[in-house]
Design a protein around this ligand. Sequence first.
Ligand SMILES: Cc1cc2nc3c(=O)[nH]c(=O)nc-3n(C[C@H](O)[C@H](O)[C@H](O)COP(=O)(O)O)c2cc1C
Length: 274
Amino acid sequence: MVEFQSRIGKDGRLTVMEIPFDARETFQMPKGTIFVCGTINGIPYRGKLLSRGNGKQVLTIDKTLQKGLGYAGQDFPVNVAMACENQAEMVDEEKEAIPRLHSDMEAITAIAGRASVRKYMDKTVEPQKLEVILRAGLSAPSAKNKRPFHFVVVEDKAVLGAWAAGNSNAKMLSHAPCCIVVCGDGNVEGTRDFLVGGCAAATQNMLIAIHALGLGGVWCGVLRGKEWSRQVAADLYLPVKVEPLAVIALGYPTEQEKAPVPWDMKSHIHYERW
Ligand SMILES: Cc1cc2nc3c(=O)[nH]c(=O)nc-3n(C[C@H](O)[C@H](O)[C@H](O)COP(=O)(O)O)c2cc1C
């Protein structure tokens, strides 16, 4: 995390914050988009740096953040904490730390054998397995590789119980040892279809990893603007423009392994034209 002082001001029609150092050098990002996050005057932000030539970079300050900061159009000094979010930045030791836990299940078998599991043993999911699942989520594709997803692991029984009570479709949370909330970051991906698509890809990757590790999980949908979405966002203290898009309940299954619902291939698959 880099801490510095800067100012917010107008740059044409944009409102921007100057980056008073060479961000490419500091974040070891010789090329590509630099995604950053941190706080400005204590308020969380997330975004990408825009190049202004000669090695200068700025961060766009959108209307919501301007409001949060109390920016009124005049030059505005700020205290900033900034970290680079690009995974490319990952240092060698971090790469080494990726758990070497593998599943013997072959990919196609895992995909074809996955089914929703809504009943779980009273048994904690090992942190090492959770990390493999989360990394499977991070391996998902996203438009322009913006990776607009954040995952929040929740094990607090009181929170899981309250969420189960708040949504009749998520009752299984009351006896799940944990859940993963997949959050979409609108600060990073402004196109909602892509935000939802990227988070859906991450959710499915995690469901397959859960199954491949001998665990079971289910995707609970989160409808935008509904009370449950607000409840989850508030309990997690999500920052501005970050919203819960899916909740994955998971644990060791007690249900007998279900055969996935069979498909009539002919009614859903088309070649060359409908
Ligand atoms: C977007 C989406 C939202 C879902 N929401 C819920 C939910 O709120 N509660 C639930 O029990 N299952 C939910 N599911 C799981 C589906 O019910 C399940 O995937 C479907 O019935 C097919 O069964 P399978 O997963 O066993 O193949 C959801 C699945 C998706 C993709």
